[in-house]
Design a protein around this ligand. Structure first.
Ligand SMILES: C[S@@+](CC[C@H](N)C(=O)[O-])C[C@H]1O[C@@H](n2cnc3c(N)ncnc32)[C@H](O)[C@@H]1O
Length: 307
């Protein structure tokens, strides 16, 4: 694990991290003077910084992240904005706690840029990447009790198969779950490299995907399950609709088709929200070329209906 006391690393991370679809985020969020905003997934602070720069007269922006280490990086990046910014280590499904703490009636805008940050993948040492040999942890919040290795070594094979099939949309889920079960009978699976190797060997070589690593979908599925990502998103959408002020904007960037579907359905069904994007907005080609992480981003926006 890296030490985040290392301020050179902090500044390097915040320098190299380019937030996704910033122009589109600002276009829909429309930060306004005296507004109160929530960046519910502050990550490395890129979008927060862009919002604060776009509208220096906002009243306050709350930068929230579930991952304390990521939040430390955001803090370093946003230091110059002083008390315009509040920092909260919390799950976004608990966003109402912010209003209580800040004595505010609601938000003028909420941004959620879902998934993982480049810091978590490349530097957190928590086994998010199939390219590294790290302990199989995958918790975004280190105080959570269940790690990926607990899940992989203890869940019934059928349940592992189901998770990989549904959350990973992986057609080889059956073979992968079988291989996991076979290996864990010999010894527990404890590292990301080990899991990556098991998955890669479970998929016949001629069916290895061309553009992504064969373990991509399995790792994604386990991460989603460990962090209860879809459940958190569903609860957060409900809270966002409740706690946005009338006319307030909700902007969500997702990287997974199931996440985008959850957002789309919620926007359609919740009478408190007026969808502003019929189809998801996707990044410009130029952005995808300069920032490959943007490749699968889909942005949807909605406005809280004025009563
Ligand atoms: C794609 S990154 C955000 C990057 C950020 N927009 C930036 O510009 O640096 C997603 C972040 O969401 C955080 N996250 C994921 N699920 C969360 C949740 N339920 N509550 C709060 N933060 C969450 C992750 O820890 C991660 O830092």
């Amino acid at each position: 694990m890296i030490s985040l006391k290392n301020s050179a690393l902090e500044s390097e991370l915040s320098r190299v991290h380019t937030p996704v679809m910033t122009a589109e985020v600002l276009r829909f969020l429309r930060p306004m003077p005296k507004g109160f905003y929530l960046d519910a997934t502050a990550g490395l602070g890129g979008h927060s910084e862009a919002i604060l720069q776009a509208e220096p007269s906002i009243k306050r922006l709350v930068a929230m992240d579930w991952d304390q280490e990521a939040l430390e990086i955001a803090k370093a990046r946003l230091k110059r904005f002083n008390d315009k910014v509040g920092f909260y280590q919390a799950n976004f499904k608990d966003m109402d706690l912010v209003l209580e703490e800040e004595s505010e009636p609601g938000f003028n805008g909420i941004l959620m840029d879902l998934g993982l940050s480049s810091f978590q993948i490349d530097y957190s040492g928590r086994g998010f990447s199939f390219m590294k040999d790290e302990p199989l942890d995958m918790r975004m919040d280190r105080s959570g009790t269940v790690m990926a290795s607990d899940m992989i070594n203890n869940l019934p094979r059928e349940r592992i198969e189901e998770l990989i099939r549904i959350y990973g949309e992986e057609r080889w889920a059956g073979k992968i779950a079988e291989a996991i079960e076979k290996r864990r009978r010999q010894r527990p699976i404890l590292s990301s490299a080990e899991l990556s190797d098991i998955v890669s060997k479970a998929i016949p070589r001629r069916f290895h995907p061309k553009k992504i690593h064969p373990a991509t979908k399995t790792f994604q599925a386990i991460r989603i399950a460990i962090n209860r990502e879809f459940e958190n998103l569903t609860e957060a959408l409900e809270k966002a609709a409740q706690y946005l002020l009338p006319g307030g904007m909700l902007v969500i960037i997702s990287f997974h088709s199931l996440e985008d579907r959850i957002v789309k359905h919620h926007f359609r069904q919740d009478a408190r929200l007026e969808p502003l994007t019929k189809r998801p907005v996707t990044p410009q080609t130029g952005e995808i070329l300069s920032n490959p992480r943007a490749r699968s981003a889909k942005l949807r926006a909605a406005r809280k209906v004025v009563k």
